[in-house]
Design a protein around this ligand. Structure first.
Ligand SMILES: [Zn+2]
Length: 672
């Protein structure tokens, strides 16, 4: 099901149960302020379980009825949550199995949030009961727009039930204990199991060094959570089959394969909290946010996603929580839209007077009024989004895909390898993303299970693990004319983390026309160099030494004991090419190499010659209407040269040739 609403959504988390005792005044004022701020959606019920079910089996929806009716009466849609992100104290007391067990085998006690055991039959039953009642009660309510399932799902549990499920997961994956022993290489360290009953979760109390065991546990924990999500949404699917389902994600959070979760929901959504500082550091922050937005869109199969949360002001949980410079909130919102979001939503609509998030930014802050700068800036976002109504539902049409895969990350980060557990996978993928932006290209994020056949270029940095079918998919992609760019440590191991050998070669070897002999780890005082097209570049951290079979050399090392060995190669394969970058380098090489390769692949940037610190993205409506978003991520004014006159979609005015951009801003342009 594709989520579609005819306007861009503007709103945020609304927790009116904090004001139950003043609802005659505060709740009324909330609706008035929401209208003033141009808010058309509010997310409710996220942490409301103690108010919806004050005692086991005793439900009270009367207040929620009133909230839903208020929203409907004010033309505001509800993103209605299931309350499983936090649970009532009575539940923890009565059903202790709902609480998680840590890897040190300690039982959690009541409190905090997000600490449930996803294998607890009590929890599953209580969640199913309340979700069923919520769906039954509000299935025909005019305010109901979509389901917000739980909140920021995360992390694993080591209780006996989860251990038993892990063993079942192993039984299903491996069939026999001999197969598991072979896959996990348990012939080493006398780790051979004689039966599945001997298998327990990794822990610092016991086994934490067998990479295959660790990866199996991460995969199981992720699968177990996706299974729980499917259990959570079962009553919603049954009772409200036409209401889309989402759950809010946290960009590169490592504990869960977001692509797997994304495939189980209708629309991807995520919580975006950049660490804005109001100075030149914001450029990096803006680029990281751009990467996160694209990743969250990728998790949702490139459909429009939702920025479910962001702060309309500062947060209260970064190390330092500075105020946002005027204009930052508008930039933050439009940046999300530029990368494919159909919403700008905040946490939270009205700040509480106490509790853990009393100083977190809110549309209505601790003054309780609409007379604040934050409120005015939020209202400005609301007015701007109204002007951009036509963007809603539009999608990207990028020709470049960039691989970011949670299994690769788990495998690389777990590996005892070059820089033990610090292989910088996320940063490496992000570096490619940043350079694509600097060159003016839009990019789609994919994982190894994604369909890549429609792209012209696939960039797969550090694609360490070959998940089932990925090698064949890469071969077909390049054979059919695709351009593959890959790097050091790609294709080292199969899906069980067993290294490829000469007798069982990595699929990457054939496509790249070379094989790896050795790989050097450089410390922060050791560098190598190479020259390409007359320019000298630095090698840092990783230097792979290869033997070429069919590949051609583009550059060789200039120094160290591996001088003259190839470090940048290209291989013709079928109708396509594979470029192999055997070294970790600086941004200058990534930029030059991508410029060269994308030019060879005949790909044109969205806008050529963008000034430093700016980048462009595109969204298309089905009828071909195109929106070009130009971002200035710096605190300096920028002039962007346009190849033709375009129309500013916010003001309706024409922009001729020169687009003048203020600091930290987004221009939305349309073809005229
Ligand atoms: Zn558990």
């Amino acid at each position: 099901m594709k989520f579609h609403y005819p306007e861009l959504l503007h709103g945020g988390d609304y927790n009116p149960e904090q004001w139950m005792e003043q609802k005659d005044t505060i709740w009324k004022q909330d609706m008035q302020y929401a209208r003033e701020a141009g808010i058309n959606t509010l997310s409710i019920g996220i942490f409301s379980w103690a108010y919806l079910e004050p005692e086991d089996g005793v439900y009270d929806f009367s207040w929620m009825d009133e909230v839903m009716d208020n929203l409907a009466a004010n033309g505001i849609k509800a993103v209605l949550a299931t309350p499983s992100g936090a649970r009532p104290a009575w539940m923890a007391r009565k059903y202790p199995s709902v609480l998680r067990v840590t890897e040190n085998r300690l039982n959690n006690v009541f409190g905090g949030r997000h600490n449930a055991c996803y294998s607890s039959p009590d929890y599953e039953r209580k969640v199913t009961e309340i979700n069923t009642r919520l769906a039954e009660r509000y299935k025909d309510h005019p305010a109901l727009l979509m389901w917000h399932v739980s909140n920021e799902y995360n992390n694993d549990c080591h209780c006996p039930r989860c251990q038993e499920r892990f063993r079942d997961w192993c039984r299903a994956r491996y069939g026999t204990i001999e197969n598991l022993n072979r896959a996990w290489w348990n012939s080493f360290w006398s780790h051979k199991y004689s039966c599945f009953e001997e298998i327990i979760s990794p822990s610092s109390l016991g086994e934490e060094e067998n990479v295959a065991h660790l990866l199996a546990w991460r995969r199981f924990s992720s699968d177990n959570l996706v299974r729980f999500f499917q259990t959570e949404i079962a009553p919603l699917r049954r009772i409200t089959p036409d209401v889309p389902v989402t759950t809010n994600l946290m960009n590169t959070f490592s504990g869960l394969d977001y692509y797997a979760l994304g495939r189980a929901m209708d629309v991807s959504s995520w919580d975006n909290y950049p660490d804005w500082r109001g100075d030149e550091r914001d450029l990096k922050t803006a680029r990281i946010s751009a990467f996160h937005h694209d990743l969250m869109r990728g998790v949702g199969d490139q459909k429009p996603f939702l920025m479910m949360e962001s702060s309309p002001s500062s947060v209260n949980w970064h190390t330092i929580n500075p105020l946002r410079k005027p204009g930052t909130i508008l930039y933050q919102g439009l940046q999300a839209i530029a990368h494919g979001s159909d919403s700008v939503q905040y946490f939270q609509f009205r700040a509480g007077r106490g509790g853990s998030e009393q100083y977190h930014g809110a549309v209505i802050d601790r003054t309780g009024t609409n007379r604040t700068r934050t409120f005015r800036e939020v209202a400005e976002v609301g007015a701007t989004l109204k002007q951009l109504k036509g963007v809603a539902g539009s999608e990207t049409r990028n020709q470049i895909a960039l691989l970011y895969d949670w299994h690769v990350r788990w495998a690389v980060e777990g590996a005892w390898m070059l820089h033990r557990h610090h292989e910088r996978y996320v940063e490496t993928v992000r570096d490619f993303h940043i350079e694509l932006g600097r060159l003016g290209y839009g990019v789609d994020m994919v994982d190894e299970l994604s369909d890549i056949s429609g792209y012209k270029v696939l960039i797969a940095p550090m694609a360490y693990i070959m998940r089932p079918g990925f090698g064949e998919k890469l071969k077909a992609f390049v054979e059919n004319g695709g351009t593959l760019i890959t790097t050091y440590v790609s294709g080292y191991v199969n899906d069980e983390l067993l290294t490829y050998m000469d007798a069982d070669p990595s699929p990457i070897n054939e496509i790249a026309g070379r094989h790896v002999d050795e790989c050097d780890a450089l410390d922060d005082r050791t560098f190598a160099h190479f020259v390409w097209n007359g320019k000298k570049y630095r090698v840092k951290e990783v230097a792979e030494l290869s033997t070429l079979t069919t590949a051609q050399t583009l550059a060789v090392y200039a120094d160290r004991f591996y001088a003259t060995k190839p470090c940048f190669t290209v291989n013709g394969y079928g109708m396509g090419r594979c470029y192999y970058i055997a070294v970790r380098t600086d941004e200058d090489f990534l930029n030059d190499a991508l410029r060269y390769i994308l030019n060879e692949a005949n790909l044109q940037p969205i806008l050529p010659k963008l000034p430093e610190g700016t980048w462009a993205t595109e969204r298309y409506q089905e009828d071909g209407t195109r929106f070009v978003f130009v971002q200035n991520g710096t605190h300096e004014k920028k002039t962007v040269m346009l190849p033709k006159a375009m129309k500013d979609a916010v003001t309706g005015k024409m922009v001729y040739e020169q687009l003048e951009m203020g600091e930290l801003s987004v221009a939305v342009l349309m073809d005229e």
